[in-house]
Design a protein around this ligand. Structure first.
Ligand code: DX5
Ligand code: ZN
Length: 218
């Protein structure tokens, strides 16, 4: 499968969200990556339901919603209603992860689990078949524009090995500090989805930057 590109709207111009959405619609991007932060699980607050709903009105591509919030179980239905297609929760925020994933599936969404940089891939082995997308954080969650953590490659390779071992379709997503410098090596290690915020939106020509990420050949 060709890899997917999911621009993170966190780095977009919030004063011109409709135009930013249209740029992504007309680009080679595959998904919209939306970062939801609650000021508790992470030290930052981003945006919530009303903004997701507004974005959803202008999107033609799946919404990949990344929850950096405590106790996400409270809002699963609301995120579905707001337009989420993939709902990713943090391993570190879910004491009953299996139950949370079943609740996401029951709402008809794809399940995602994100891992902080210090969280081991091995922890997902018992429930890997219930996860459609593993989001490997390559920065500490909470802010855009941070530098990529090199240990990520090892985690990607290890997860790829597990997915292959159990013959699963689980996708590997990388989130944080992705640039054209590390994208190829991440794909070679086994990544399927690259999230890119600053690298896309702070570039001179975001459409072209997305195209370049999409066209990386292995
Ligand atoms: C970080 C978020 C990321 C962020 C990525 O907590 O989960 O999705 O927007 O931004 P960049 O690509 O700028 O690191
Ligand atoms: Zn994210």
């Amino acid at each position: 499968m060709k890899h997917l590109i999911a621009p993170s709207l966190l780095a977009a111009d919030f004063g011109n969200l409709q135009a930013e959405c249209e740029m992504i619609n007309n680009s080679d991007a595959d998904w919209f990556h939306l970062d939801i932060m609650d000021g508790m699980f992470v030290p930052n607050i981003s945006f919530g339901m009303p903004v997701i709903k507004a974005i959803n009105k202008h999107t033609l591509k799946p919404l990949d919603v990344h929850l950096m919030i405590e106790n996400p179980d409270r809002y699963i239905k609301d995120f579905k209603e707001a337009g989420a297609n993939i709902l990713t929760v943090h391993y570190e925020a879910c004491p009953h992860l299996h139950r949370t994933l079943q609740a996401i599936k029951a709402e008809g969404m794809k399940t995602g689990v994100a891992l902080n940089p210090h969280t081991s891939i091995d922890l997902l082995e018992p429930i890997l078949e219930d996860i459609d997308l593993v989001c490997i954080m390559s920065v500490n969650p909470g802010f855009g524009g941070q530098s990529f953590i090199e240990g990520t490659y090892r985690k990607v390779a290890k997860l790829k090995e597990l997915i292959t071992k159990y013959n699963l379709d689980t996708k590997i997503e990388i989130d944080g500090g992705v640039t054209s410098e590390n994208a190829k090596m991440l794909l070679e290690a086994g990544a399927d989805v690259l999230v890119a915020g600053s690298f896309v939106f702070k570039s001179k020509n975001p459409t072209q930057t997305i195209k370049e990420l999409k066209e990386i050949i292995l």
